[in-house]
Design a protein around this ligand. Sequence first.
Ligand SMILES: Cc1cc2nc3c(=O)[nH]c(=O)nc-3n(C[C@H](O)[C@H](O)[C@H](O)COP(=O)(O)O)c2cc1C
Length: 305
Amino acid sequence: MKIGDLKLKNPFFLAPMHQVNDIAFRILCKQNGCGLTYTWLINPLTREELILDDKPAVQIAAPSEKGIKEFIKKYENKASLFDFNLGCPAVRAKEQDYGAYLQRYPSKVEKILKTMKNSTTLPITVKVRKSPHIPKLMKIFDKYCNAIAIHPRTAEQGYSGIPDMEFAEKIKSKTDLPVIYSGDVDENNALEVLKKFDFVMIGRKAIGNPAIFSKLIRSKASGHAENQRFSSIAGNAQKLGISGTPKTWNVFHQYLKLAQKYKIGFSDIKFHALNFTKGMDGAKKLRLEISKAREIKDLKLLFER
Ligand SMILES: Cc1cc2nc3c(=O)[nH]c(=O)nc-3n(C[C@H](O)[C@H](O)[C@H](O)COP(=O)(O)O)c2cc1C
């Protein structure tokens, strides 16, 4: 199982997600066996110092090749591969001609991917959305990339509506490159999707649930989907009258330990804390308490055993 020369342990990847995939969350997913984690989209001209101790796939988003060579040289030793974003549907992307909106300019896309390929020996991938421009771009991808990730919704669809799997299958049939499928993949359908594609990305279903990766790995080994949910509830949740069992591991404390090590901001920690309550009976009450938290100490109390 490879993308270029990069060997992958399994076909279950964490999809790039803006303001979700901080390093603590990526490490948590990796600890649960995730085959490859992604950063969120990063402008190569950023002045921010990236912390990439976990060697993720680093996703670049830009309207031109400006700064890409320097960015790749700077982070080459800390990345598993470099991905280029041709899927971002945001208004800002539309205004600045990057993400999904750059697909309209094949010559710009070619310049960028060529620059990426010439800047590193690491694999280069692209992540695209469905659009009428894809057939034209395929030749460029085949020339410069080692894999294609496809989220087959249009930019207009955003994250709703049914992803067009047939569109993704057409891409798969037109290239020899490995294809990574993204869009509503979960523990129930991942194995089916993998009959059609080389890899799958899990996005929203991994938020608050990094254990989805260990479940998927076990499902793959046993050949069928596993429905049991890992609980992430801890002691004080019970004191609040919230049902559920404090289970084998406490995902919040694992996340918090990493988040403190990497100095993740409090609002991001709170975001993940809120999501770790997903799927619990009566989680509303705990979420209300979490939303009132003003500092880490408050959160720790709520999740105390
Ligand atoms: C909060 C959020 C942020 C996202 N940020 C990115 C991003 O930075 N780069 C990217 O290529 N896709 C991004 N996506 C799209 C996901 O990678 C994925 O393709 C999409 O959510 C469909 O997969 P899912 O149904 O498993 O969530 C984002 C999605 C969400 C929900």
